[in-house]
Design a protein around this ligand. Structure first.
Ligand SMILES: [Zn+2]
Length: 119
């Protein structure tokens, strides 16, 4: 990819600043100049290769380095900025508990597969 402040990278940063504002997507730190901004892949390049603008955001260097190769929700959750995963719906919990109970019942009442032969 292009160097950090090549013509192409400056154009990407300008497009992202026009779309999202000239601040870090994660912490909101404003950029006085886009030279200080880095470009982060929301979905890590290891998962979604390429430089599509829809997958890019401006980030300050500390946020970009801290996020590294993580999905954004993992990074934001670790920083206390995203909700914890939701608990399963009560119905799902109930069905799972019922399935576990049925499995135990089945184990207790499993018919014997031994063949009894008359001696
Ligand atoms: Zn930041």
């Amino acid at each position: 990819m292009a160097r950090p402040n090549s013509t192409r990278m400056r154009a990407i940063k300008r497009a992202l600043a026009d779309r999202d504002g000239a601040g870090c997507f994660y912490c909101g730190h404003p950029f006085n100049t886009l030279l200080a901004a880095t470009v982060d892949h929301l979905i890590p390049q290891s998962v979604l290769p390429g430089w599509a603008l829809m997958n890019l955001v401006l980030a300050c260097r500390p946020c970009n380095e801290a996020k590294a190769d993580q999905l954004p929700q993992v990074f934001l959750r670790a920083a206390g900025c995203a909700p914890l995963p939701r608990r399963p719906h009560p119905f799902v919990t109930t069905v799972a508990a019922l399935a576990a109970r049925l499995a135990r019942v089945e184990l207790r009442h499993r018919p014997s597969t031994e063949v009894v032969t008359a001696g």
